[in-house]
Ligand binder design. Structure first.
Ligand code: SF4
Length: 367
């Protein structure tokens, strides 16, 4: 029987316009970017910059800082100047902080014009100032901050209400000729959020920032975000992502990158392919996997390393791995591309894997 034609496995992205958050393009076919938000008080400049540096090292590409007070606004010039990745100022209600963020050199601002409509001509002034500074704006609608009119119309934060609210917010800027926008419509329920983004994707061509809000601590928050993002990204919807976790923000970045790698939207980095263990296992697979993961942490090459609990199925099951170990009888068979290259005592497995990883790494381009 002839082989079936292979199906493309990388999602086809939704077409949308492109904006630039400083030098990071968002939408218009640009790679899906990963962002996070600092948890330090923004006014604490050194602590905030330290956290941004940690996020940058973890692979974060855009960072958002909250600006709830004048002290925070005053800290923006130093933070924007010293951060190695674009800084987005997150502002609610206070137009003056938006102008401060633009003056400070922030790469983008998150603000909802619906919140500041009461301030006379401020929406128009913000549109003008942001356009002059070539700074895009994210409109971020959350279930909790839904416009009262729409709450009355829909009864609660339905997907339709979230999408309509976001599009109405956009229209407040569009009235003034400003369209350098991206949108988020977040909800704590992944499937409500998915439906809201589908509405939005069909109704406009703005880039979309994905997020499940108040997703909770890992693993619940991780799973909620991964579930929702995977559905949308597999449909081509989503141009930048933020995994919200009740955990240090570096975890958000690691999770976001892994979601993109799993979907084939990002070149994979080091990947540990470990078996779940079963009654055939002749080694503590959990402990061995933990030791291998720790020994290769930060390894700069895109290797797939298999840790298998038995020699019966190990190398065969992990044939697509670059490197791996199958354990049995107090020993480890080290295999490269599915072929056993040597057998070492169990205590030497991790060292042998690291040695082979270095050898293979030299042949591979850095990730
Ligand atoms: Fe079980 Fe061996 Fe498969 Fe691991 S590799 S799940 S121990 S059969």
């Amino acid at each position: 029987q002839p082989a079936m034609p292979s199906t493309p496995t990388t999602p086809v992205r939704r077409r949308c316009r492109q904006i630039h958050v400083a030098d990071v393009p968002v939408g218009g076919g640009a790679p899906v970017s990963v962002q996070s938000m600092t948890t330090t008080p923004t006014a604490h400049v050194d602590a905030t910059l330290q956290q941004i540096a940690e996020l940058t090292a973890a692979g974060c590409e855009i960072v958002r800082v909250a600006v709830p007070s004048q002290d925070d606004a005053d800290a923006l010039p130093a933070i924007a100047a010293k951060s190695k990745i674009p800084v987005i100022a997150d502002i609610h209600f206070q137009p003056r902080y938006v102008f401060a963020a633009l003056d400070a050199g922030c790469a983008a601002v998150r603000v909802n014009p619906g919140n500041i409509k009461a301030f006379d001509d401020k929406v128009k002034e913000i549109a003008k100032a942001a356009a002059a500074a070539r700074v895009p704006i994210r409109i971020g609608v959350n279930a909790g901050s839904l416009d009262r009119r729409l709450l009355a119309k829909y009864g609660k934060a339905t997907p339709e209400a979230l999408a309509e609210s976001a599009l109405w917010e956009c229209s407040l800027f569009e009235e003034h000729g400003f369209t350098d926008l991206k949108i988020s419509v977040k909800h704590h329920d992944p499937m409500t959020m998915v439906a809201a983004y589908r509405h939005l994707a069909a109704a406009c061509d703005y880039p979309l920032h994905l997020g499940v809000t108040e997703a909770g601590p890992p693993p619940q928050g991780t799973i909620k975000s991964a579930t929702a993002f995977a559905i949308l990204l597999a449909e081509g919807i989503g141009d930048t992502i933020r995994v919200s976790l009740t955990a240090p923000p570096v975890e958000e970045v690691k999770t976001g990158l892994q979601i993109l790698q799993s979907l084939g939207l990002r070149a994979r980095q080091l990947e540990i392919v470990s078996c779940p263990s079963c009654g055939r296992a002749q080694v503590d697979v959990y402990a061995l996997t933990e030791r291998v993961t720790a020994a290769l942490d930060g390894f700069p090459y895109p290797l797939r390393v298999a840790v298998m609990g038995c020699v019966v199925n190990g190398p065969g099951e992990a044939r697509e791995a670059d490197l791996g170990v199958a354990s049995g009888n107090g020993k480890g068979q080290i295999f490269v591309k599915g072929e056993v290259v040597k057998t070492v005592p169990e205590s030497k497995i991790v060292d042998a894997l690291v040695e082979e990883a270095m050898r293979l790494g030299e042949q591979l381009a850095p990730a």
